[in-house]
Design a protein around this ligand. Structure first.
Ligand code: PMP
Ligand code: GLN
Length: 392
């Protein structure tokens, strides 16, 4: 019998990395470190409590009933119809499920497909730092240039003048995220309207990453760009069922965009993943018929935020505001000079609590000595973590 050659590829073969400066994502690094040291993980943004049993039963039902083959490339029509109804209910705008709604394999895939669909080599894309770690690699893989603008120090508001100054004839796309990961800030009606005024009469497209749309506090409404006609005509808006239904591992989301952008998005999506998990789409189409499944979320997470903040106020960390998302930033600048990556490592190893250093959300690793804590955790997890943090 012929032996299968298991020898590693010859080192004489050279390849040029397309992402030479990119390492393993911080979420994987910190999750692994937490597991290695048996630390409580408030690092990666993922709940440690279960998702709905009803939803699991629905998926099981559809699997057993034989809905296990490819879904339509754009997503199941029944689900797209429910997404359109939900969007109208939440934001007063009903997208056309046929031509403006696409089911994607998590917002990560939607973002990648949208960026790939519109960015050509040499195009400039404005991103506001700190920003979610998948944006810039996607831009660079397309030969685009990320123009990075820092949000204002600690308030993390948009520096409007700087943003206006960054716009030129090469600017193709701007990416925003509200509620914001990692800072927990939100864009309000005034911000979205200011953005509409800035982009009016330009050729600039917008990606609005709204995966935390239902995790927003203190009675504030989520002001989606879908509420602004000027913006929605040029935007890809990303949502994630992973965030909304406590099921990040299912990698399910959707993108709403006008037909001319959706057409291009689907051209990429069909070759990236073709379609997404069929039984889950059937289940979500049923589950979305109950608005309380997403409308109860602000109160649910506000309780966790308030509890976590109240407990953390007894530690030495200085908390920044958290208006939305399930993240809480805390400064330790008054406690030590250590860099945030080193400090996060030490907290994991010596105190048994894993967090995310915020420098990971800046391409150049800007370090303001701030850590991100995820409070999408059981109350007892949060209590145990703060007990440990109180010893710092
Ligand atoms: N954008 C932001 C801001 C996120 O925090 C996440 C969380 N992973 C994503 C996009 C990706 O979402 P998904 O898990 O649906 O791919
Ligand atoms: N969005 C999640 C976070 O910010 C992580 C997603 C991932 O691990 N890629 O923690």
């Amino acid at each position: 019998m012929q032996k299968i050659n298991t020898v590693a590829p010859s080192p004489a073969i050279e390849i040029t990395s397309k992402l030479p400066t990119v390492g393993t994502t911080i979420f994987t690094v910190m999750t692994r470190m937490a597991a290695e040291y048996g630390a409580i993980s408030l690092s990666q943004g993922a709940p440690d409590f279960p998702c709905s049993n009803e939803l699991i039963d629905l998926i099981t039902h559809y699997m057993k009933a034989g809905f296990n083959q490819y879904a339509p490339m754009e997503g199941l029509m029944a689900l797209r119809e429910q997404i359109a109804l939900k969007t109208e209910r939440c934001y007063g705008y009903a997208p056309d499920p046929l031509s403006e709604v696409t089911v994607v394999t998590g917002a990560t895939e939607g973002l990648f497909a949208a960026i790939t669909a519109v960015i050509h080599p040499g195009d400039e894309v404005i991103v506001l730092e700190p920003c979610y770690d998948s944006y810039i690699p996607a831009i660079e893989l397309c030969g685009g240039k990320a123009i990075r603008i820092s949000l204002e120090s600690e308030t993390y508001r948009i520096p409007w003048q700087q943003l206006a100054n960054a716009i030129n004839s090469r600017t193709r796309l701007l990416i925003i995220n509200t509620p914001h990961n990692p800072t927990g800030t939100i864009l309000r009606k005034e911000d979205i309207q200011q953005l509409a005024a800035l982009l009016k009469d330009t050729q600039i497209l917008l990606i609005s990453d709204e995966v935390y749309e239902h995790i927003i506090f203190d009675g504030e409404p989520h002001y989606s760009v879908l509420r602004e006609p000027e913006l929605r005509e040029r935007s890809f808006v990303m949502s994630s069922f992973g965030k909304t239904y406590h099921a990040t591992g299912w990698k399910m989301g959707y993108c709403i965009a006008p037909a001319f952008l959706t057409r291009e998005l689907r051209r990429v999506h069909q070759f990236l993943v073709f379609s997404t998990h069929t039984p889950t789409q059937y289940a979500l189409a049923d589950y979305l018929k109950k608005p309380e499944t997403y409308e109860d979320l602000p109160a649910f997470f506000q309780k966790k935020r308030d509890m976590f903040r109240q407990m953390m106020s007894q530690t030495r960390f200085r908390l920044l505001p958290s208006e939305g998302s399930y993240f809480q930033l805390a400064s330790y600048a008054h406690m030590t000079d250590e860099g945030d990556a080193d400090y996060a490592t030490r907290l994991t190893k010596e105190y048994g609590v894993a967090t995310i250093p915020v420098s990971a959300f800046y391409k150049e690793g800007t370090d303001n000595k701030i850590l991100r804590f995820c409070f999408a955790k059981k109350d007892e997890t949060l209590e145990k973590a703060v007990e440990r943090l109180a010893k710092v």
